[in-house]
Design a protein around this ligand. Structure first.
Ligand code: F6P
Length: 322
């Protein structure tokens, strides 16, 4: 491999910059050129491609977001655009491509691999919803940001003796909600994977909790369930306890990456370059059973995963609603 391209695609995630930096510096150390592709597959189709050197990635490891920008590119699902993307890679001498993103981005990499561009993907998403891996770049930072924000909401919730419904990101996945539910000591956690939402039951618990002297009632609601404002109105009406909804939103996607996100993203970036140098293609790097491993993209996309039932059961017990 002579020239490696690198792009970030889909929602950004803290740690993506660390991964880009590792790709660039590992490749340069091995005598391989690197080209940055801006705005994911969109930028590839627009040929928004530039040469990267060691300085291009100076001073970015500590920064959230992605210096390559990112985009979602629905056109890339069509074969004619995949063909065009592969031709553009060839035109720019890109014979290896590192794609940092989620499942949708992996599909684009698979379609390019079929057209002769060697591709290796890194799992980059705050949602942790990639089946082949126990770790995704950005989850650790995002869940820490959510946890810290929920602690703050809890302070004011306690002072005002309120119920707070706090909605966290995750698309359809409840990992951020479940982890925060445990880390923040929430009274209730609502996640789509174990949909057992019953407003009457919650209302009853809040009433009992108030009688027992609880000063607040924190409900962590996964984005996949939503309707936090509606819930707040109905709960306040039924319990008489002042209730507020807080949607943390995109704050969870930004910020300086945690040490774990910096180190694991760096390890994955370096591994992607090593694999491309060895001639590998159509691969996804994953973190499984405490090891960095790689899978065929199709195999990775066919895998499924579920939230940890033990953690979920534990969270329910720790909420202490007996
Ligand atoms: O996939 C990351 C994520 O932040 C999800 O948690 C969320 O559902 C979605 O992206 C939001 O996307 P957008 O930034 O396009 O609104």
């Amino acid at each position: 491999v002579k020239t490696i391209g690198v792009l970030t695609s889909g929602g950004d995630a803290p740690g993506m910059n660390a991964a880009i930096r590792a790709v660039v510096r590992t490749a340069l150390a091995e005598g391989v050129n690197v080209k940055g592709i801006r705005r994911g597959y969109m930028g590839l189709l627009e040929e928004d491609i530039y040469d990267m050197d060691s300085k291009s990635v100076s001073d970015i490891i500590q920064r959230g977001g992605t210096i390559l920008y990112t985009a979602r590119c629905p056109e890339f699902m069509k074969p004619e655009y995949q063909e065009k993307g592969a031709e553009i890679c060839k035109k720019h001498g890109i014979d290896g491509l590192v794609v940092i993103g989620g499942d949708g981005s992996f599909r684009g990499a698979r379609d390019l691999a079929k057209r002769g561009v060697n591709t290796v993907c890194l799992p980059g998403t705050i949602d942790l919803d990639i089946a082949c891996t126990d770790y995704t770049i950005g989850f650790d930072t995002a869940v820490n940001t959510a946890m810290q924000t929920i602690d703050k909401v809890r302070d004011t919730s306690t002072s005002h003796e309120r119920c707070s419904i706090i909605e966290v990101m995750g698309r359809k996945a409840g990992y951020i909600a479940l982890w925060c539910g445990i880390a923040n000591g929430a009274e209730d956690i609502l996640i789509a994977e174990r949909y057992d939402y019953n407003e009457e039951v919650i209302i009853d618990k809040i009433k009992k909790g108030r009688k027992a002297g609880r000063k607040h009632y924190i409900i962590i609601n996964a984005e996949g369930i939503g309707d936090s404002y509606g819930m707040a109105e109905r709960i306040e009406k039924a319990t008489g306890m002042e209730t507020r909804a807080t949607i943390i939103g995109h704050a969870q996607r930004g910020g300086s990456p945690t040490v774990r996100d910096r180190v694991y993203a760096s390890a994955m970036g370096g591994m992607a370059v090593d694999l491309l140098i060895k001639g590998a293609t159509n691969r996804v790097i994953a973190y499984k059973n405490d090891k960095f491993v790689d899978y065929d993209i199709d195999e990775a996309l066919s895998m499924t995963k579920d939230i940890d039932q033990h953690l979920f059961d534990l969270a329910k017990k720790l909420a202490g609603n007996f």
